[in-house]
Unconditional design. Structure first.
Length: 92
């Protein structure tokens, strides 16, 4: 996942049919809807964009693996961290 300063939020409108197609494609490919949209855009934009999207996916997988290792090794720490995240989400 990119650093906050490197990530831009985007609100996107699309026809429901396109959304269904993207959702089905994401499920088939084992990706989130966001990842599927990025993958499709990267394919459209070419090699440089594909490399960037792939690198971002690799970084995200590494972060998730590290997170799972922490949860496995110290479930109490993980529960405490989750509680802090939930508090911040409620405060938004």
């Amino acid at each position: 996942m990119a650093k906050k300063s490197e990530t831009v939020g985007l609100r996107l409108r699309m026809p429901a049919g396109v959304h269904r197609l993207l959702t089905a494609s994401a499920k088939r490919n084992g990706r989130s809807l966001n990842q599927e949209v990025l993958w499709a855009l990267a394919k459209y934009l070419g090699e440089d964009a594909e490399k960037f999207v792939e690198q971002t996916a690799v970084e995200q997988r590494h972060r998730m693996q590290r997170l799972l290792e922490i949860v496995y090794k110290d479930p109490e720490r993980a529960a405490k961290a989750l509680g802090e995240i939930e508090k911040r989400e409620v405060g938004k």
